[in-house]
Design a protein around this ligand. Structure first.
Ligand code: FES
Length: 119
């Protein structure tokens, strides 16, 4: 077995954050999270997590999570909490301080796929 260069004794993280970075052509009916600035949001949360010293939390981009219309799509494990990120610093701060640091789900940021779009 190869010794881990970061000194970890087992694989995995306390929390694992996936933020969709998928891109579609403009005009696609489903849209895409990257068109909503998801990669910049992902980089911001990644830096916030690092600055907070949460070295057992991993933030990374994912491919399409298939809830495109409700993106920016984000899921955090192990709780399997699905969020719609609005791209605001305020929301990212709450997710960091509540969920990532203390395991408290940010209820008002959870993805709601029951809403009628009015179409
Ligand atoms: S494009 Fe982000 S969930 Fe599909």
């Amino acid at each position: 077995m190869v010794k881990d260069p970061k000194g970890r004794d087992k694989p995995g993280y306390d929390r694992h954050v996936f933020i969709c970075g998928h891109k579609r052509d403009s005009g696609s009916p489903r849209g895409s999270c990257s068109a909503k600035n998801s990669l910049e949001v992902m980089r911001t949360l990644k830096l916030m997590t690092k600055n907070a010293g949460l070295n057992k939390v991993r933030v990374q981009k994912s491919g399409c999570l298939d809830f495109c219309e409700n993106g920016i799509s984000c899921v955090i494990y192990p709780e399997a909490s699905w969020y719609t990120l609005d791209g605001s610093q305020e929301q990212l701060t709450r997710i960091l301080e509540m969920h990532l640091e203390n395991g408290i789900i940010v209820e008002d940021a959870l993805m709601d796929i029951s809403a009628d779009s009015g179409d």
